[in-house]
Design a protein around this ligand. Structure first.
Ligand code: NAD
Length: 424
């Protein structure tokens, strides 16, 4: 097996872009331009706790590339989020919008705290202060945030309200992933999972296989994982394993998703408390057990850096669809490549979410709303054309999928830089 050094998520993202730049023979100055974020905003967020005391958090908003359109990317509320992680995720967004051929750039934001430890009123005050600190960098034509880990439609509504209050008129197009009542798009909630499942089906079709009957193991049962499970099951796949922070459940004949969903609605704290399948490992440490299950496809849909050397060595699946951002460490990636496992990288596989966000912006700009079937069909259409573009590029260039996706993304961005020229 090839050996590799351990790199942080940011180093790994930068190295991938540089490797793509070398493959494309880009001049050094242009590679540097594409690697470097346009701007990084670091803010302090003072706010009032419910008990009347003052507290202080730190947040970031990164505009990575804005050459092809407004900066676009989610806002993450998580206790481990840091500047470098936000930059790495913003690089991923620039590549994702370029690979999906959307007229958008790449951005990401984050505030370092665990939202589960704060009341809704505190989260609202944190959000409003964060937005007021970064508001001059936001705007429908400038930078359009969306939900990510730890944020949701309610947080987007507060962002929209705070921004709109500042500019003096309702501006729904400043965020996507909003509540439907405020101009959000139908289909947004399921879009990323829908894209993940479509990515699996398209790849299988290239291999002459069908999604129906495939055995799938999924890490993460949040917005992405839950919808990926539901939509894959609806197309005849068997969801044989699911893991989340509570651990891993398994049933070779396919887990009863309706029962899991009902248990979670009734307050079960995670899939292991749902009374479905066999609990093969408990707790956060038990979650990686899902990667060793006997199955055909693995969909990591939780957090980054989930699959390490051990999990890659143990993995039996022949196809990995990256629902989460950066779920494979570079070492795991190499091990899976050596084992001949096909990996469809995050920058294409989870682009269904940003694709639907783009459709939300289109509806906001046109002051209209499409019905859910129309939105879902457009997401699938855009994911399919992006897949054909990405797959034929990988086939023609004979590059492995991750490198092919990065090269295609970097090429798309580099071409736009060249066409726009350099100011002054
Ligand atoms: P979420 O918060 O809705 O769900 C996360 C799930 O992962 C939960 O089931 C949680 O229990 C589980 N989880 C968290 N930490 C874990 C751990 N250490 N081990 C095992 N399970 C863990 O988040 P989401 O919106 O579903 O996003 C999941 C991933 O997908 C993230 O990497 C996110 O950046 C990426 N993503 C999300 C979207 C989107 O539209 N939501 C779009 C593109 C990419």
């Amino acid at each position: 097996m090839t050996t590799t050094q351990h790199h942080s998520a940011l180093e790994a993202a930068e190295l991938r872009v540089r490797e793509a730049g070398r493959w494309l023979n880009l001049e050094d100055g242009l590679i540097d331009t594409i690697v470097a974020p346009r701007r990084i905003i670091e803010v302090s967020i003072p706010f009032r706790r419910d008990d009347g005391s003052r507290d202080l958090l730190h947040g970031w908003r990164v505009h990575h590339n804005t050459t092809r359109g407004p900066a676009k990317g989610g806002i993450r509320y998580h206790h481990e989020v840091n500047r470098d992680e936000v930059v790495a995720l913003a690089i991923g967004m620039s590549l994702k919008t370029a690979i999906a051929n959307l007229p958008l750039g790449g951005a990401k934001g984050g505030v370092c705290f665990d939202p589960k430890q704060y009341s809704a009123a505190e989260i609202e005050r944190i959000t409003r202060r964060y937005v007021s600190e970064i508001s001059s960098f936001l705007g429908p034509d400038r930078d359009v945030p969306a939900p990510d880990v730890g944020t949701n439609a309610q947080v987007m509504a507060w962002i929209m309200d705070q921004y709109s209050t500042g500019v003096g008129h309702a501006t729904p197009g400043v965020v996507t992933g909003k509540p439907i009542e405020l101009g959000g798009s139908l289909g947004r909630e399921s879009a990323t999972g829908r894209g993940v499942v479509e990515a699996a089906a398209l790849m299988l079709a290239k291999q002459g296989k069908d999604l129906a009957g495939q055995r799938i193991a999924i890490q993460g049962y949040g917005q992405v994982g839950m919808w990926a499970a539901r939509l894959a099951a609806a197309r005849g796949a068997l969801i044989v394993g699911i893991s989340d922070v509570s651990g891993t459940v398994h049933h070779a004949g396919g887990l009863d998703l309706a029962k899991i969903d009902a248990a979670i609605r009734d307050g079960a704290r995670g899939v292991c408390a749902a009374g479905v399948g066999d609990v093969v490992a408990r707790g956060l440490e038990g979650s990686p057990a899902v990667f060793a299950l006997d199955c055909d496809i693995v969909m990591p849909c939780a957090l980054g850096d989930a699959v390490h050397e051990k999990q890659a060595n143990e993995m039996k699946a022949r196809l990995v669809i990256e629902g989460a951002n950066g779920p494979l460490t570079p070492t795991a990636d190499l091990i899976l490549a050596d084992k001949g496992v096909t990996v469809i990288p995050d920058v294409y596989a989870n682009a269904g979410g940003v694709t639907c966000s783009y459709l939300e912006q289109c509806q906001n700009f046109a002051h209209l709303s499409w019905d859910e079937d129309q939105v879902n069909a457009r997401v699938i259409d855009l994911m399919r054309s992006a897949f054909e573009r990405f797959h034929s590029f990988a086939t023609e260039s004979r590059l492995p999928y991750r490198l092919a996706a990065t090269v295609l993304g970097v090429k798309t961005i580099a071409d736009s830089h060249r066409m726009r020229g350099l100011h002054p």
